[in-house]
Design a protein around this ligand. Structure first.
Ligand SMILES: *Cc1c(COP(=O)(O)O)cnc(C)c1O
Length: 384
């Protein structure tokens, strides 16, 4: 894999986000890399491929550049970019075989356990859902067949914190791998591979894109081993790869991720503190608050800050939560997260009838608007 910068160079991450994978185009001198839409690449008369490129499903210059940048962001040795976050999660489960067991958090992006339940259970994979903040419960759920322990921290939608180093140890003691969905924290806040995790998964749709205009996913690996090779086969053979244009958009997102996420985390802390003092709010879930049960662990492992996501419980029930969301003027009522615009969502209703999310919970993704404008909007919506 000559294309990956194995020696993540001496520069700091803010510098690397600007430069890694962004090479001056040798034919035109273009400072921003061109988008290579060609699906096929010419061969020499002797049948060789002088550029190293053959066919875009297996390798494309824009995807290679993105993968180089993603590996750098997560301190990994190799990354694979997928067409969506779910395609990346799917590839992890596709590495398993009949009878294998997966531990999935009881609180996670709803699509993760749904994939296990609605797709992989039919192929003979088994799974348990566990409170990942309770290490004894994780240990108790391990069986001789456990191959993957999946964690997501901070979790969706209650921002529960999982101790990444401790869960990595539990996984390794039983011969399983620890896969971490790092979508919510983003690599600017937390790098699970440095805490012992084996694979990081991202919905790049969120903070890595940052602009709510591209769908994507990624897996980033701590080592080049048989797991990485297996994932590579699934990646290029099953072919859930992103388009060159999507890769290019994601590269553009990465160039500003350091500035964006730092601002979002700073504003989220201010918003969380405002909400915690508001009489119409019953509870605020944000790991940056001292009162959060996972605060100490988060402070240790979220080296860049506590992130731009939070949720809160409006006093009352679904009616009061819907009414508050309806009065928001700056926050858009929409699902998804990690973009430059602030979003608010009544999570239980999007998750549907099987949801266990409290009916009075609103989930917030903080954008890069001025934080005082965001607080003013929340104040008018909650004071009404
Ligand atoms: C959005 C999301 C996913 C799924 O990613 P898609 O890009 O929508 O397929 C997975 N995990 C988390 C935490 C997410 O927020």
């Amino acid at each position: 894999m000559e294309h990956l910068a194995m020696t993540h160079d001496k520069h700091r991450i803010e510098t690397r986000t600007v430069h890694t994978g962004n090479h001056i185009d040798p034919t035109t001198g273009a400072v921003v890399p061109p988008i290579v839409m060609s699906t096929t690449f010419a061969r020499e008369a002797d049948g060789t491929f002088p550029s190293g490129y053959v066919y875009t499903r297996s390798k494309n210059p824009n995807r290679i550049a993105l993968e180089e940048s993603l590996a750098m962001l997560e301190d990994g040795v190799r990354a694979m970019a997928f067409a969506s976050g779910q395609a990346a999660t799917n590839a992890v489960f596709q590495m398993l075989k009949q009878g294998d067991h997966v531990i999935v958090p009881d609180q996670a992006y709803f699509g993760t356990p749904a994939l296990m339940r609605d797709v992989f259970a039919h192929y003979g994979l088994t799974f348990s859902r566990v409170d990942m903040s309770n290490l004894d419960a994780v240990r108790a759920a391990v069986t001789t067949q456990t191959k993957v322990i999946w964690s997501e921290t901070p979790s969706n939608p209650l921002l529960t914190i999982t101790d990444l180093a401790a869960v990595s140890q539990i996984a390794h003691a039983t011969g399983a791998i620890h896969v971490v969905d790092n979508t919510w924290a983003s690599p600017m806040m937390q790098r699970p591979l440095t805490q012992g995790a084996d694979v990081v998964m991202h919905s790049t749709t969120k903070y890595i894109s940052g602009h709510t205009d591209v769908l994507g996913g990624a897996l980033i690996f701590a080592r080049n081993d048989e797991i990485t090779e297996r994932a590579h086969v699934i990646h290029t053979l099953a072919g859930a790869v992103p388009s060159p244009f999507d890769c290019w958009l994601l590269m553009r997102g990465i160039r500003t991720i350091a500035l964006r996420v730092r601002q979002q985390a700073h504003s989220a802390q201010r918003v969380a503190e405002f909400l915690a003092d508001h009489p119409a709010v019953e509870q605020v879930n944000y790991p940056g608050l001292d009162s959060h049960p996972g605060h100490a662990i988060a402070a240790r492992q979220m080296v860049g800050g506590f992130g731009g996501m939070l949720s809160f419980h409006v006093k009352g029930g679904a009616t009061e939560a819907f009414a508050a969301a309806a009065r928001m003027q700056l926050f858009t009522r929409a699902t998804s997260l990690g973009g430059i615009e602030s979003l608010i969502e009544h999570r239980a209703s999007i998750e549907g009838p099987t949801s266990t999310t409290p009916q009075n919970l609103l989930r917030v993704s903080i954008g890069i608007e001025h934080v005082d404008d965001l607080i003013d909007d929340l104040r008018q919506a909650l004071n009404a």
